[in-house]
Ligand binder design. Sequence first.
Ligand SMILES: *Cc1c(COP(=O)(O)O)cnc(C)c1O
Length: 466
Amino acid sequence: MDTQERLRRLPKVDDLLRHSRVLEMLEDHPRPLVLEVLRESLDLTRKRLIADERASYDEATLLAEAETRLALKSLPSLRRVINATGIIVHTNLGRSILSKKAVAAVTEVAGSYSTLEYDTASGERGSRHVHCEELLCRLTGAEAAMAVNNNAGAVMIALAAFARGKEAVVSRGQLVEIGGSFRIPDIMRESGATMVEVGTTNKTHLRDYENAITERTGLILKVHSSNFRVVGFTQEVGLSELVELGARHGVVVFEDLGSGVIIDLRRYGLPYEPTVAESVATGAGLVSCSGDKLLGGPQAGILVGSAEIIQRLKKHPMARALRLDKMTLAALEATLRTYIDTEAALAEIPTLRMLVMPPAEVAERAAALASRIAEECGNGVETDTAGDVSRAGGGSLPLADIPTTVARVKPRSFSVTELERRLRLGEPPIVARIKDERLLIDPRTLCAGEDAEVVSRVASVLSNEA
Ligand SMILES: *Cc1c(COP(=O)(O)O)cnc(C)c1O
C-alpha cells in the first residue's frame, strides 16, 4: 500500500470523538485537553506512517497514546511526594508538613468567608495581625508579634524599618548564605542599610561592636549561622552582651534565629538550639524566625519583640507587600495553638513528631518495611535493616546526627540507581537515598499509610522487571 493510501485510513478527530474510550476520557477531562491529545497522537501516527512504509494505522495504539498523554497533562505540577530520605525539614520537598488541625483550619477558611480583617464584636474592620499575635506572645513571652510571608521577608522589613539610610552592625562570622540566594550582605543592600562588618570570620569581640557604633547606627544584627558552624579557635558575642551594648547606645538589637524553636529539644536528645523565648527573655528588642522550619507550621516569617518595635513594623509600607494570606494565617494559628500543650505539640505537629520519634518505633517500622518488601518481591531483592542518620534539614540543627534505622533494598536483576529512578518517576514520586549500592528507606519521614505504599510500589517496580 502506498503512503498516501495508508494516510487516508487515518481517522478524523471527529470520528475519534465518537469512540467509547474517548467518551470516557471526556467524562474526566476538559474537552480542549482531549482534543489536544487526539491531534497530537494523530500527528505522531502520521509521522510514523510516513517514516516507515511497513507501518499501518492501529486504533488501539493511537488511543493508548492519547490516554498516556492525557494522564501526563492532567498531572498537577505541584503534588504529593513520599519523602523516604529521613531529612525532616526537606527544603526541596516543601519543608514542614502541616498537622491535621492546621490542614483542617486551612480548608475551613479557604472555602468560606472569614474573620480575616473583620471584628465580629464591633461589626467593623479588624486587623489580620490579631489572629496569631496573642499566641506568639504567650509562647515566646514577647510583648508584641506579627507574621509576614517568610523569614527572609522578616529580616528585610526589620532592616528597612530600623537601618534604611543608617548602619547595621553585624559580625563577619555571621554573614551567611542560607541557600536559595538568601545572603545576609545582599539583603542588607536591598533594604537600604549600610552594612558595617565587625570582627573576623572566626572571632568577634564585644569591643569590635563597641568601636563600630556611631550616631548613624540603626541596628545591631545577630544572625544564627543555621547551616554551618565555625569550630576551633572561635568567639562570638552573646546576645546578652549585645543587648547591654544596645541599651547603652539606644540601638535596637535584632536576632535572626533562623529555625526558631519553641520547645527546648535537649530533653529529647537533640543539641542545644536557643528557643525564641530565651532570646526574648535575654532582652533582644526584636527576634525573627521561620514558620516552616523546626516550628513545623506553614511558610511564614515570625517577628516578636517590644510593642514599640512591632508597631513600627506593622506600619511600615513593606508590611503590606509581605502580608500573609488567610490560608497561611489559619495554618499558623492552628499550629501555634497546638503548642499551648507541649505534649500535644510533640505528638501532633509532624516536624516535631518526626524529630522526637522513639528509636524503637523507627527500628520496628524499618524491620517491617524490609520484611514486607522481601515477602512481596521474593528472589528479586535482598533486604535488611541498618543503623543510619536522619537529619533535621532546612539548615536546622546541622550537626545533629539523629540516629535512625533504615530499610535497605538491593535489587538483584537491575541497578539500585534504576530502582531509585523508577520510584522517583512513579506516582506519587518516592524520594529515597542511595548508599553502598542499596536504596535506603528511612521510615522517620514517611506519613501514615505511606509505609504500605512504599512496599507496594517497590514490589511493582521489581515485578515489572521480572
Ligand atoms: C532559613 C533562614 C532564613 C530564611 O528564612 P525563610 O523562612 O526561608 O525565608 C533567614 N535567616 C536564617 C538564619 C535562616 O536560617
